[in-house]
Design a binder for this molecule. Structure first.
Ligand code: ATP
Length: 227
């Protein structure tokens, strides 16, 4: 699939030329989606000049041992978090897929749906460092260009920005493009920890997640410890 754009020749005569569609794929547990996910999606849309970005909440990710929050909640929160971003599609295929869900399969499907498009896989640095443990990773590399944002090494549950360092990617022997965004000391683990601690339940959760997501979490009593 291609997009038609209008170019101007030397004589000033406009001609139509075809360019490859640029399709981004941003997968994650999104349990819950937080501000860094949003910043990464925005950086990818703008810096890679994407025509469309698929947001793909995982089913039960093969590499996460923790049982994830039910998909209906994660999907609803993704809708709230990413809904206002342009050119973004919430894609439920990995949630609906039977059995373990692999990125290699998702990329094969998307390559079929966007014939001739250039595919970009959007990742945080932790995922790049773990990339060679992915199932069929060489196939993933053949299908898509990796687009990677750096990530803080030491994420505190309070999101403190003191002494935050970038992950060291100097030993990575894989081709990838850098996405530039301010380092955000946020993880979904830190968000869940923030909600679990009763003392902080009234604290500013919206420092970590968009306000609508914070509201959804508290309305549905997500991540609270049941004792
Ligand atoms: P958890 O803490 O539960 O492991 P997470 O915060 O890493 O979750 P995921 O949904 O697993 O969130 O991540 C989806 C994608 O977003 C991954 O590629 C991950 O590297 C990236 N990502 C998450 N947080 C950040 C961040 N603070 N900076 C850059 N990338 C991030």
């Amino acid at each position: 699939m291609s997009r038609a754009t209008t170019d101007t020749t030397v004589e000033g005569v406009p001609t139509v030329c075809a360019q490859r569609l640029r399709v981004g794929i941003f997968g994650g547990a999104f349990d819950p989606p937080h501000w860094a996910h949003l910043a990464l999606a925005e950086a990818a849309l703008n810096q890679l000049k994407l025509d469309v970005l698929h947001i793909l909440p995982t089913g039960q990710a093969w590499h996460k041992s923790r049982v994830l929050t039910p998909a209906e909640h994660r999907l609803a929160m993704c809708g709230l978090a990413f809904g206002d971003l342009p050119r973004t599609r919430l894609d439920v295929r990995e949630i609906q897929r039977q059995g373990p869900s692999y990125t290699a399969d998702t990329l094969c499907e998307l390559a079929g749906e966007y014939p001739g498009a250039k595919l970009f896989l959007v990742l945080g640095a932790d995922q790049l460092l773990a990339f060679k443990s992915w199932v069929r990773w060489p196939e993933v590399l053949e299908q898509a260009t990796l687009a990677v944002a750096n990530r803080a090494t030491n994420v505190g549950a309070d999101g403190a920005l003191d002494q935050v360092q970038e992950m060291d990617l100097s030993s990575v022997d894989l081709p990838f493009e850098r996405l530039h965004m301010p380092l955000k000391n946020i993880s979904a683990t830190a968000v869940r920890a923030h909600v679990e601690r009763p003392i902080s339940r009234n604290g500013a959760l919206d420092v970590l997640v968009p306000e609508a997501v914070a509201g959804y979490i508290s309305h549905n009593y997500l991540y609270q410890k049941h004792s």
